[in-house]
Structure formats: C-alpha cells, structure tokens
Design a protein around this ligand. Structure first.
Ligand code: GAL
Length: 825
C-alpha cells in the first residue's frame, strides 16, 4: 500500500474509533483544521437541504461521498424555518436536523453556515419578510431590533443542534460554523455601524462556545478568532488575515445560477479541477464546492428578482441528483490523489520553484516522502519543463500532481472519465401528452376588477409591506373620476406606471390594457399603456406580481418592490402634455388570488371545486388547469415539460413545484458550436448554451411527490398558454462518451439502463467532442468499435483498458494516444 493510502486508512480508522468513543474539539492552526488532533485536508460540497427532499438526501450524500467529499456544507434558511414570527417549521424539506443526521450516518463532516443572512439566490436572502415590517428595524447593521431577532434565531439553531448532539465537540458531524455572509463585500455602505455590527456578530458567535471554529467569508478584517475565508472562482491567491487562520475556500463556484432570460452557464471540469488543484498547491487545506448539488427552488423560495426554479448550477450532481459527467468523475479522481498526499500537504515542508514558461513547481515533503504540483497559468501554450532531471509536459492552464514526486498521476486538463449527455425519456406508464385529459376553471379576478379589496391607503405602498410576502400577487386598485371637460382629456391618453422589477397586469374598467414583465434585473421600469377613459367613473386595477425578492447588495432588504410610483395619467394634445399624478389617490389593496386562497391545487379542494371539461381554453390569462397522470415507471428522476404554457405555478399532488415561465426566451446570441475552451479565467459569460430557447422548460417533480395510480397536476396560468403539450418524462444518461488517455481505465456507464449500441470508437488521435467525434490522422490496427461492442453492449457499466494491449499498435508516433467512444444508452 502507498504510504499516503496507509496514512489515510489509519486516519479513517482512528476517526471511526473516536466517533464511537469520545468527542473532541475541533481546532485549527495556520495550516489546517485539526480534528482528533490531526491536521486535515477537507473536501466539501454544498447541498442545500430545502432544494431537494428528505427522500433524496441519502442518495445525494452517498454520491458526494463516492465522489470523494468528506464534508457537506449547507446554509440555514431562516425564512423557511420562521415564516411567521415565532412560528417554526422544521418539517419535510426544512428538516435540518434530519439532514445533518443523514450526513453523520454517511460518516461525513458538515459545515453549518448559519448566516442567518445567506444570499444564496434564495428569496430575500433568507430573511423572513416580517422582519422588514418590524418598527424601527434596520437590517445587517447595529440596530437592536434586528440584532435581537438575529440572535433569537441563531440561538434557536444552536440550541437545536446542541440538543441533538450534532456538534463535533459532542461527537456529531459539524466541524465548522459560519456567522453572517460576505458582509465584507457591502460593509463600507454601512459606515461605522457596520464595523460595530460585525464585531457584535463575532462576539455573539463566540459566546455560544460550541467547541468548533467559526468562519466569516469575504471578511478581510474578520475579528479574531473568526477565520476569514474566500469565495470565488479561484482562491489560490487568497491569504487569511491572521497567520493562525488556515486558508479556507468556502465557495468554489462550480458553475453559475440562472435568472429568467439567461442562457445556460457552463464551467468546464478542467477549469474547476485546475482551480482546486491550484488552491491545494498554494497551501489551501479546505475547499467547498458551491454547489455540489444545486437542486430546485420549489414553491416561492427562488430569490431575485427573477431567479429560475431550477438551481442546477452546472454542479457535479445535476438538479435531479444524477451524476453529471465528466465533472463528478474528474473531480473524484482529483480528490483521490489529494487525499493520498494528505500527510505531505498538511505536515510537509513547502518549497516553491519557478520553472519558467509560466510553470511553477511546489514540493511538499515529509521525512522520506515528497509530493509535487506542477502548474501552468499560461492560457495558450503547453510547456515542457525539466524538474529533478526529468522532463514533463504541462498543458496550458493545468496542474499536474506527482504524488511520489516523480510520476504524474493526475493532470487537471486530461479527462479520463466519461461525458454524459442526458436524455428525457418518454413516460412508459402512459402515452403523453395524448392521454392527459384536462379540465379548467377561471381564476376569479372580477372582484379586483370591480374594486373589491382588503385594505386601503391614500398612497402607494411597497408590496412587501402590504403582503409580508404571503403571496406573489398584490392588486393595486384606484378609481378616477374624469369627464371630457377635464384639461387632461384627449384622444391620446395613457397610464404610466413606475414599478420595480415586477410583472404587471393592468386593467381599466374590467378590460385588460396590457402586461409587462421588466427585463431581468432590478431596474425601475416605466411602463406606459394606452387608455380610453369613461366619461365619469373609471376603475384602474393593477396586479403586481413578484418573482422572488432581492437577495443581495447593500441594503438589499429596503429595495422597493411593487408599484413604487409615481402612477400617472398622461394626456397629450398636440405639443402639450398634461400629467395627473395618481400616487396619492386612495389606493385599495387586495392580496393574493382567490383560487390560491381556496387551495385549488390541493387534492381535497380540487375535488370540491367545479372544473369544466368542455372546450379547453388556450391563451386565456388567469386560468387554472388540472389533469391526472400516471407516474413514469422506474426510479429515475421525473420532470414535467411545461413548454406551451406562459407563466405561473405548478403543483403535483398538492406540492408546489415552483414558478414556471417557459415563454421567457433567452437571448439569441452568444452560443457557438465550438468546443468550450477551458483555458483562461472563467466568467459566467463563457461557454454558454441554450440560446433563443425557453429559459426553463423542464421542471423537477421529485419521486416522493408521486404515488402509484393517479397523480394530479394543477397549473395556475397567468399570462395565457396551452397545456396540451404537457408531458412527464424521466431524465437520465442518453449518451455516454468516453474520452480517455492511454494507460488509464475508462469506465462507461448508462447508470440505470444498459448500453444499447456503440456509435463511434477510435484509439489514436480522435477529434471533436461528445456527439460529434471524428477519426483523426492515426488509429490502432484493431477495430476499436467491435472491441468495445463486445465489452459493453447489454451491460449497464463496462470497463476498458485504454492501451495498445487492448487496441493493437498505432501509427501515431510518440504522442499520447486517446480513446474516444460514443455509446448509446
Ligand atoms: C456568493 C454568496 C452565495 C451565492 C453566490 C452566487 O456571493 O455568498 O450565497 O449567492 O454568491 O451563487
């Protein structure tokens, strides 16, 4: 056994023994987190529990463990747990304790980022909106009202985890906790009060005395003993503000999130691996993938405005929990190598040498053993360097790891695992969409159009204040008496609305006069609708719809929401423009939608509600649709295709699966067919796909929401659409491409399905990418395709020794040969 592997197994054994017997405080020095007296290399990944279901957690955590993680990180989501002040919810997806216990049972550690401000593309950054409405509150600064609430919630969480003995100091999994989140990025805007606040956060955290270290991310002046940590795409250049703080990377963004209108971001496996390897090369000892599993923003949890329901993040586990290849596998191999040299990394002496050609060598050595990183930050040319008398080729923008100081075992730019392309498989339980029979009923908007309301005021009020975010929907209604003698009266009149980051449906005297969705972003939007007023009384009913509340930025909590005003009637006569400001009129407010209040989506209520089965309307706004369907067979994740619909919400068996908006198309430009170049710094504008298409057409329906027999799907359609195309599918690998260098073993897997055919295979210098491979200029003399057919067809998984032994000799000269395979599942 290699010394590294022995050391690792010994540590596992020691840890197990101590888990079973005694609990030990977690501490740290300037080099690493120290657990059971040993400095450790920690490899962590974010999985946010409310973005999946308790039924999914064991599988996600197991896949994370198999992927080589030893730690799982999560935020704590305040508004999920305390939706109403002092009324708590820790059930279902919000069962934080069950999540932490699942991590513990899998033998992994956990990092608990309590926040309780979390950002996270989560509604209002995790703050409950009732907080905003407490008199005298100012958030994230020295303010007693806020600090009391923050302390109350933090104490609740600390008490809960302590009662359940979940801290490592009690024998539990939690080795690190976080207070606040990236406050350093916005602190300047809060002036001196900001500094006092962050000091207070630190002393409050310390006062809990939890026996594990606290971190503050992006807080370069973190008060001691808080460990300040780095977030970003690369953190190799980061240095903590205290020599006694280890170098920790709390968010390694493996991809990026999406807003409605955004194309799909993609960060390559090569670049993520490069960033990770550079981080450990430069003395980092703990990094966390943000996200390892992104998941789904169910219900109304998406942040905003305009964050999509999918929070896939291009993570190593996709939104549905499938292994995303090659990212998952390429990183797994990196983790194996890093763990094999753990002892050298955390205890070894460090020696850095510049080898020229943009190549840096770092040697970590303990008695008799040394491990080496060779990294190149050149973005275009590969380099050949001599190190300890031996020649090495280091591809551009890559890191080679030589665990024994001599032999390259891993290079971040050389992928030796399969690339999987997902397929959406038809529902074998019934033929959809044909078999889906729809019924419908209108949403009752008549009351609002006639002016009925819940409350009124002589001003326009911010939507958060009126609704406390109990609903996306708020009617602003006013009446206007005008006659033709009024100076504003003309043939050219319009209604001008200043709104903030919202969707607006506008009606005048019961007639729809227009709909506007602000382009994504938080911009104030001036919206103008042409109108024809009645001579006498007029009723203006404006429905303002939120799509997730702002979740980041300084004072983000105070950013206006809803119809902020002014709202004006504009009359134009020739050169003359006359404006009547309606902002301080008497405005009536009506919260929510009637069908939502009556729970048309719930199983019981949908039985008691009258649904029409004749003449299914299409393109009708504010319409409820309902159908029953059979769940797809098997265990693969289920998605529903909502293309054809406009915007709204969907429920399956009463579970709100999130906002849908397939008509929101992405920009046409920016996607190319060229293979994505992993070299050079990543930004989320690089390597994008899905141009000119629905931002999101597939919506996740977790298996646990489904049952045998009939299931119910209910849609609330706001804008108008056609449900006839809706169909349920399963999502899993459809194409498995292998692309491996010689002297490696390539595993091909169709996960739950057998490999049905081999479309392409060549050993030599094949060109192209998965889905469009071509033969190169040289090839092996045996028929690679039939060799792989024999080894793989009919099996779910097969393993191929990529070498001349298997494929025969080649006429490729002394290049490193590769095998490319495209298998059909
Ligand atoms: C970070 C923040 C995270 C998340 C991320 C982007 O700045 O800490 O919560 O919002 O950005 O996905």
């Amino acid at each position: 056994m290699a010394p590294g592997k022995f050391y690792f197994s010994f540590l596992c054994f020691l840890s197990l023994l101590l888990f079973l017997t005694d609990a030990v405080n977690v501490s740290h020095d300037g080099r690493a987190i120290i657990i059971y007296g040993q400095r450790r290399i920690l490899i962590s990944g974010s999985i946010h529990y409310p973005r999946s279901t308790p039924e999914m957690w064991p599988d996600l955590i197991q896949k994370a463990k198999e992927g080589g993680l030893n730690t799982i990180e999560t935020y704590v989501f305040w508004n999920a747990h305390e939706p109403v002040r002092r009324q708590y919810d820790f059930s279902g997806n919000n069962d934080l304790i069950r999540f932490l216990k699942t991590i513990h049972e899998a033998g992994l550690y956990s990092i608990l980022r309590i926040g309780p401000y979390v950002c996270a593309e989560w509604n209002y950054g995790g703050f409950p909106v009732w907080l905003h409405n407490l008199p005298g509150i100012e958030m994230r600064t020295t303010n007693n009202v806020f600090m009391n609430e923050m302390q109350n919630f933090t104490t609740l969480i600390i008490n809960k985890i302590t009662e359940e003995k979940l801290l490592a100091s009690q024998g539990g999994p939690i080795i690190i906790a976080q207070i606040e989140n990236e406050y350093g990025n916005v602190m300047g805007a809060y002036g001196d009060a900001g500094k006092v606040y962050i000091d207070w956060c630190a002393s409050m955290a310390e006062s809990y005395n939890i026996g594990v270290p606290w971190v503050m991310c992006q807080q370069s002046d973190a008060p001691q003993p808080m460990i300040n940590t780095c977030n970003g795409y690369y953190c190799d250049q980061f240095t903590p503000n205290n020599p006694n703080s280890p170098k920790i990377w709390t968010e390694n963004w493996v991809g990026w999130y999406k807003s409605w209108g955004d194309r799909d971001p993609h960060r390559t496996a090569e670049d993520v691996a490069f960033a990770v390897a550079r981080f450990y090369q430069s003395g980092g000892t703990l990094q966390n993938y943000y996200m390892y599993h992104g998941g789904t923003n169910f219900g109304r949890t998406a942040g905003g405005p305009y964050i999509t329901t999918s929070y896939g993040y291009d993570a190593p586990l996709d939104e549905f929990g499938n292994i995303a290849q090659p990212k998952w596998g390429h990183l797994k191999k990196l983790h194996e190598v890093l763990k094999s040299i753990e002892k050298n990394l955390v205890y070894g002496s460090v020696n850095e040498t510049d080898l020229g050609n943009s190549v840096e060598a770092t040697v970590y050595a303990t008695n008799g053993s040394s491990s080496v990183f060779l990294s190149s930050i050149n973005t275009t040319s590969d380099a050949t360097v001599t190190f300890n008398g031996k020649q090495y080729t280091v591809p551009a923008w890559s890191v080679s790891i030589l665990p024994d100081g001599q032999t390259e075992e891993y290079n971040t730019a050389k992928i030796n695992v399969q690339t999987s392309l997902n397929e959406h498989w038809p529902n074998e339980a019934e033929k959809q969409p044909e078999s889906l029979k729809w019924v419908w009923r209108p949403e009752n908007i008549d009351d609002a159009l006639k002016g009925k309301s819940h409350s009124s005021a002589n001003k326009l009020i911010d939507q958060k204040e009126v609704t406390s975010d109990a609903s996306d929907y708020l009617w602003y209604i006013t009446s206007l008496h005008l006659d033709e003698h009024d100076p504003i009266w003309s043939d050219d009149m319009s209604l001008r609305i200043n709104a903030s980051g919202q969707v607006i449906y506008a009606y005048l005297n019961g007639q729809h006069i227009g709909t506007r969705g602000a382009k994504h972003g938080i911009s104030s939007d001036e919206v103008e609708f042409k109108i024809k007023l009645n001579n006498g009384k007029n009723v203006i009913s404006l429905l303002s719809v939120t799509t997730g509340l702002q979740n980041f930025g300084s004072f983000f909590d105070t950013w206006p929401t809803g119809l902020v005003g002014p709202i004006e009637v504009v009359g134009r006569k020739g050169e003359q423009t006359i404006i009547k400001d309606l902002s301080s009129h008497k405005w009536h407010y009506k919260i929510g939608l009637d069908g939502w209040d009556k729970k048309f989506f719930s199983e019981e209520s949908s039985l008691n509600t009258k649904w029409a089965s004749d003449q299914l309307p299409t393109n009708r706004s504010f319409t409820w649709y309902k159908t029953t369907f059979k769940a797809p067979l098997g265990k693969d994740p289920v998605v529903v295709d909502l293309e054809g619909l406009g915007k709204g919400f969907a429920w399956v068996n009463g579970y709100n699966i999130g906002r849908y908006w397939p008509t929101y198309l992405t920009a046409e430009d920016g996607c190319t067919n060229d293979p994505c170049d992993y070299r050079g710094e990543y930004s989320n504008a690089k390597c994008i796909s899905n141009c000119g298409k629905p931002t999101q057409k597939w919506y996740h329906v977790p298996r646990s929401f489904l049952k045998d027999g009939d299931n119910t799907l209910v849609l609330l359609e706001e804008m108008g659409g056609n449900p006839s195309y809706v169909n349920f599918r399963t999502v899993s690998v459809g194409t498995a491409c292998g692309n491996a260098y010689e002297n490696h073993t390539l595993e091909l897997s169709c996960q739950s399905r057998p490999i049905s055919a081999i479309k392409f295979a060549s050993f030599g210098d094949p060109q192209g990418t998965c889905g469009s491979f071509n033969k190169g200029t040289c090839e092996s003399n045996k028929d690679a395709l039939s060799i792989i057919e024999k080894a793989c067809v009919g099996k779910q998984t097969c393993s191929i020794d990529v070498s001349e032994n298997t494929f025969g000799s080649t006429n490729c000269g002394d290049i490193t040969k590769r095998l490319a395979v495209e298998a059909v599942c």
